[in-house]
Design a protein around this ligand. Structure first.
Ligand code: SAH
Ligand code: SF4
Length: 407
């Protein structure tokens, strides 16, 4: 039962700001239809629009063009008109950090509501592995929600990202890695030296709750999945939600990517505390939405994320209850060792306990590799992201770094 105190705590924050486009907007992230419209607005004849869209799409998303002059198949005259009205700008990179394990994190600056004043920052993380390269994207500056184990949850919700800012994170990462056709590939520890693209997978697991920025996330991911452009298939894109139930089926219908659900607890009482949104959409309602996720099947399983919190949700009884709870849902379970941050009131479960928990889950048929946290030395692991709009003090940063080193 919800207590008076609990129900008085706000579940959702409202954005403090809205996005105001610059006088000369970027074409990055526009859908093909919106791009055609943008061309129409500067006098490009309807009969030419489809062809121009195709050309720009190729130069931008396959070759990574940063200015219109590179688009040699587009006439000089059209390039000049485009350049007068638009840019191909991506978010500005403020800092790049490279972890000893090859993980890379970019701090990106985004404009504030008032031009030139109070810009905002989000982070985007690249994780190279032997069989894939995953880019973790942010969807909001801050987060609508308030999960108690998550650093981003302590931050205010400043604003939603635009599709251009979401797609722009991939553009930045591919720019920095040399991951566009014809670009010089970056070399370094952990990076593949030959073969496929560096970025093969996308996860919406950075800052923010993607299903509270539904339209922008949808539009961005449809651009990302376009086979003539960035071309990352929907099977390789995973959208993670803390459980915004009404938008789960919408995501299946309108986006169609893989789904991950941040479950973290098997009882409502505990989940109410860890993921306060559970008070609005409790476990049963959430799991029903998962059962009905459009396209769900054994070949397209839902990933359930479960953060391992010492003495909170990590008992072997919890593991057994988790297996029972997910019965009948085509599922994978992803156990995430808790990543601490300054002021966090939880500790990561002991490794021994994580292994025992994982064994129960594994024996029940849920392949559950516990991935070693990546990029902890650069604060790039799950839940450690927090934008500099609420900067950590130097002391907090040092404490956090020390924690990352000793874990
Ligand atoms: N808002 C979405 C996606 C971003 S969070 C969501 O909540 O699903 C990505 C994953 O990191 C989620 O499963 C989240 O619960 C988990 N996470 C958040 N803080 C964490 C922390 N400190 N340690 C480990 N995982 C954390
Ligand atoms: Fe937001 Fe996800 Fe963090 Fe919860 S876990 S506060 S939904 S980013």
């Amino acid at each position: 039962m919800t207590t008076v105190l609990e129900s008085s705590i706000a579940l959702e924050k409202t954005p403090l700001e809205r996005y105001v486009p610059p006088a000369k907007p970027s074409l990055v992230g526009l859908s093909r239809a919106a791009l055609a419209q943008a061309l129409g607005a500067i006098g490009i004849a309807p009969s030419q629009q489809k062809m121009r869209v195709q050309q720009i799409w190729h130069w931008l998303y396959v070759r990574g063009a940063k200015d219109f002059d590179q688009m040699s198949s587009v006439s000089k005259e059209v390039r000049a008109i485009l350049d007068t009205h638009y840019t191909l700008a991506r978010p500005e990179v403020v800092a790049e950090q490279v972890s000893v394990d090859g993980t890379r994190k970019w701090l990106l600056r985004l404009p504030g509501e008032v031009a030139g004043e109070r810009p905002h920052e989000v982070e985007c993380v690249y994780i190279p592995e032997t069989d894939r390269g995953t880019l973790c994207l942010s969807s909001q500056v801050g987060c609508t929600l308030t999960c108690t184990f998550c650093h981003t949850g302590t931050q205010r919700l400043v604003r939603n990202l635009t599709p251009g800012e979401i797609v722009g994170q991939i553009m930045v990462a591919r720019d920095r890695l040399g991951d566009f056709l014809g670009a010089e590939r970056v070399t370094g520890p952990g990076l593949p030296t030959e073969g496929d693209r560096f970025i093969s997978n996308i996860v919406m697991m950075g800052m923010g709750e993607p299903l509270y920025n539904f339209e922008a996330v949808r539009d961005a991911l449809l651009v990302v999945a376009d086979g003539d452009g960035l071309s990352i298939s929907k099977r390789r894109i995973t959208l993670s939600t803390s459980g915004v139930v009404p938008n789960i089926s919408r995501a299946g219908e309108e986006i169609g990517t893989m789904l991950a659900v941040s479950l973290h607890a098997v009882r409502d009482e505990l989940r109410n505390e860890l993921v306060p949104l559970n008070r609005k959409y409790p476990i049963k309602v959430l799991l029903d939405a998962c059962r009905n996720y459009p396209g769900v099947s054994n070949a397209k399983r839902i990933t359930f994320e479960y953060v391992m919190l010492k003495g909170v949700n990590d008992s072997l009884e919890d593991a057994k209850a988790l297996v029972r709870l997910l019965k009948g849902i085509p599922a994978k379970i992803n156990l995430i060792p808790f990543n601490p941050w300054p002021g966090s009131k939880y500790e990561c479960s002991d490794w021994d306990q994580i292994e025992k928990f994982s064994e129960i889950v594994f024996n029940a048929g849920y392949a559950s590799p516990v991935r070693t946290p990546r990029g902890r030395d650069i604060l790039a692991a799950c839940g450690q992201l927090k934008s500099a709009t609420e900067k950590l003090s130097a002391r907090e940063r040092m404490a956090l770094r020390a924690m990352a080193m000793t874990d």
